[in-house]
Design a protein around this ligand. Structure first.
Ligand code: CTP
Ligand code: CA
Length: 224
């Protein structure tokens, strides 16, 4: 059981979590996606609930059970995720964005299945909105925690995202590390604020999510 993760660290707080990939349809049978399993984000939502928070989880298409006591909303694309986040974020004290948002979508989704021909095809891709950066403009602005999935220069790139997206904390995730990141059951994270950082050693995602939630709660309660 997860009873050992129970605490009152987030008692009375409303926490909005997003998790999983977004999928961008190309035609009725194909999409652009990524390798996010959603496990880390679902573990974070569960850990926040176990710490006493009222949790809303916005989930991309994944086959994972909804953690106990969590309100779940399913989305598919980045556009749907943005709409949903903008309507939920004003009610949240803390937003934790672990979703692996597809950075591009096709300009127009084909109504019919694209047929295979002798030539290749070019997909006309347009950038998706930066959901987290948009949520950072919401009033009242919740306390914002992002994730950064990197394969190199992990801490440097994560720190750049903290500034660029104007968020409070970012959890840097080395997805090239063996046994960690996408699809894996374990992970290791470095939580970064403007002037401090905390390292959480490789562990199961539930364990790690519990540690992350405890630290986020302490920083939220102690913010100036
Ligand atoms: N994110 C988002 N909307 C996007 C892209 C990312 O909300 N269109 C959020 C993710 O949920 C995550 C954080 O921003 O919390 C960092 O995502 P990541 O993909 O690592 O960063 P990008 O800004 O997309 O940069 P890049 O993929 O080029 O490294
Ligand atoms: Ca990205």
């Amino acid at each position: 059981g997860k009873w050992h993760l129970r605490s009152s660290a987030m008692q009375g707080l409303k926490v909005l979590v997003n998790a999983g990939p977004t999928l961008e349809d190309i035609d009725p049978v194909r999409y652009i996606g990524n390798r996010s399993s959603g496990k880390m984000g679902f573990s974070v939502a569960e850990a926040a609930a176990l710490a006493g928070a009222e949790v809303c989880l916005i989930a991309g298409p994944v086959h994972l059970p909804t953690p106990l006591g969590v309100r779940r909303i399913d989305i598919r694309s980045a556009t749907e995720l943005l709409q949903c986040m903008l309507s939920e974020a004003p009610h949240a004290d803390i937003v934790i964005a672990s979703a692996a948002v597809a950075d591009f979508r096709v300009r127009e989704i084909a109504k019919q299945k694209i047929k295979r021909g002798p030539d290749g095809i070019h997909l006309d891709l347009v950038p998706n909105p930066d959901v987290l950066a948009e949520v950072a403009k919401v009033q009242p602005r919740p306390f914002l925690v992002g994730f950064a999935a990197e394969t190199e220069n992990v801490l440097t790139y994560a720190r750049l995202k903290l500034d660029k997206k104007n968020i409070d904390l970012i959890a840097a995730n080395d997805v090239a590390r063996p046994g960690c990141g996408f699809d894996a059951n374990e992970n290791a994270l470095t939580l970064i604020s403007r002037d401090q950082q905390w390292h959480f050693a490789q562990a199961g995602k539930s364990e790690l999510a519990g540690q992350l939630i405890t630290q986020v709660a302490a920083l939220y309660r102690g913010r100036s």
